[in-house]
Design a protein around this ligand. Structure first.
Ligand code: E4P
Length: 214
């Protein structure tokens, strides 16, 4: 499973990118809003200059024409831009047009397998089921990723699944087990994934034993 980072923060992207673990970046309007005082397109341009893989930038318009217009402007920033489009009828009409023009799309706010199937048929490059937000309403987000993965495999659908709205390291491991192509992970959760108390304990013991030989 590939790893994307879910952030618009340049320091976080730099920090993880230097480890060679990042395959891409996803942003959304809420993440961009956290980077106060910075221009949206400047942030996206800076991210694309740091990361070779796909960088998702989301449109704000809700009508097809507006989404397509924004998408073309964003796509002109760099050839690794992916346009994030909300999962609506208007959004899928935009995905269809953008796909015909060779512009990659990530259909976001996917909460059902039928939505994922429709997005894929419209020509989406990626679909993003939101695991954490599904768990929030007492349903099973991972089960949705599993269903989409199963359906896409049966019909050889090339659209890739991005497990999104990841809230803890277990979401990452379970997404990998149910066949998600990608997980987009916040910085704080990536940080947790490095750690294990037995690793820390082991290092401490090795160093103590080494010191004792002196
Ligand atoms: C996906 O691309 C979104 O940016 C993201 O995963 C949303 O997650 P949230 O539910 O934590 O806002």
């Amino acid at each position: 499973m590939k790893i994307f980072i879910d952030t618009a923060n340049i320091d976080e992207i730099r920090d993880m990118n230097k480890l060679g673990i990042l395959d891409g970046v996803t942003t959304n309007p809420s993440l961009i809003a956290k980077e106060s005082g910075k221009d949206f397109e400047d942030i996206i341009a800076e991210i694309t200059s740091l990361v070779d893989g796909p960088v998702s930038a989301e449109v704000i318009s809700t009508d097809t024409e507006g989404m397509v217009k924004e998408a073309k402007e964003l796509a002109a920033i760099s050839n690794n831009i992916v346009i994030k489009i909300p999962m609506t009828k208007e959004g899928l009409a935009a995905v269809n047009q953008l796909s015909d023009q060779g512009i990659k799309t990530n259909v976001t706010l996917v909460f059902s397998a039928n939505q994922a199937l429709l997005a894929a048929r419209a020509g989406a490059t990626y679909v993003s089921p939101f695991i954490g937000r599904i768990d929030d309403i007492g349903q099973d987000g991972l089960r949705l990723v599993e269903e989409i993965s199963h359906i896409f495999a049966i019909y050889n659908i090339e659209t890739e699944i991005i497990a999104a709205s990841i809230r803890h390291p277990k979401h990452v491991k379970e997404s990998a087990k149910v066949g998600s192509d990608i997980a987009t992970i916040p910085y704080q959760i990536l940080e947790k994934m490095f750690k294990h108390p037995k690793t820390d304990e082991g290092i401490e013991k090795f160093l103590a034993d080494w010191e004792a030989t002196k």
